[in-house]
Design a binder for this molecule. Sequence first.
Ligand SMILES: [Zn+2]
Ligand SMILES: [Zn+2]
Length: 137
Amino acid sequence: MRNKFIVLLIFCTGLGLGLGIAASETYQVFVNGHPSNIQVERDKETLLVPITLPAAGDDDQYTVTLHRDDQAHKVEVKIDNPNKVKLRGAADCYYCSGNGMCANDYPPGCGRNYSNQTDGGCNGTGRCYHCSGTGKL
Ligand SMILES: [Zn+2]
Ligand SMILES: [Zn+2]
């Protein structure tokens, strides 16, 4: 258990990001193309989407893009780290043992943590955030 607390401390930035207008039903959130169990909150016409960003270095920079689709009742979130070195496909991801599932989840890949709450590491997608679920780095 001790290990888990250390891992969670890395994810210290919770952002409530507001979006445009209208509609009342439940919205499905997609993070980087993967369906997430993130629950949006409403503030009048605005949806609040709780996204977790990892602060792994001194000056991390992220571009977060939100696309709200009131017809499909979904919010697509793209999180991009322009400074992250892209190492694609060379080796198995050692964070997830190459299976692409978020190792913080219980059970792995479900998008929820031991407390049955949305896991901030993968933003509820169940995908390993180190390799974006590809299993390769
Ligand atoms: Zn997770
Ligand atoms: Zn991985």
